[in-house]
Design a protein around this ligand. Structure first.
Ligand code: CU
Length: 146
């Protein structure tokens, strides 16, 4: 019983400190895919992309395998950023691209010190933009292999 209670407390703490803030961010643009993104928060990412104070994705291109995740980390210094592959969220549709069979995703606002993580199931090339800094060419690519 004591062990079980400890486990419950650990899970609740984990949700409060990791899941809840992420859910709040994700709830803004896309409540419909929130459940999927909640699951995305599990596990270690295969690649990490830094969102810099100079409004760049670093590295601009990463390659992972289907079923793996990418984590975008906003540096502590600098503005809020956002990751989207949704053509309705950008000014220039050509700045984003997803493979056939994949659904667009959007992070919502990622504040300094926070991160967003997405798991990719459909192989192909994903081109994404930071919507607030699309005009400064804050663009990136994720290649998902089989
Ligand atoms: Cu940005």
């Amino acid at each position: 019983m004591r062990v079980r209670n400890h486990l419950v407390i650990s899970v609740v703490n984990s949700l409060l400190w990791r899941g809840l803030p992420l859910l709040l961010l994700l709830a803004l643009p896309a409540a419909s895919v929130m459940g999927k993104h909640k699951a995305d928060d599990q596990g270690a990412p295969a690649a990490t992309v830094h969102m810099t104070a100079a409004n760049k994705f670093d590295p601009e291109k990463v390659t992972i395998k289907a079923g793996e995740a990418v984590r975008w980390v906003n540096e502590n210094a600098g503005p809020s950023h956002a990751v989207t592959t949704d053509s309705s969220m950008v000014q220039n549709e050509d700045d984003v691209q997803i493979p056939d069979g994949a659904k667009p995703f959007s992070s919502g606002v990622i504040k300094p010190g926070k991160f967003y993580q997405h798991t990719f199931q459909v192989p192909g090339t994903y081109r994404y933009a930071c919507a607030p800094h699309e005009g400064s060419k804050m663009l990136g690519v994720v290649v998902v292999t089989r």
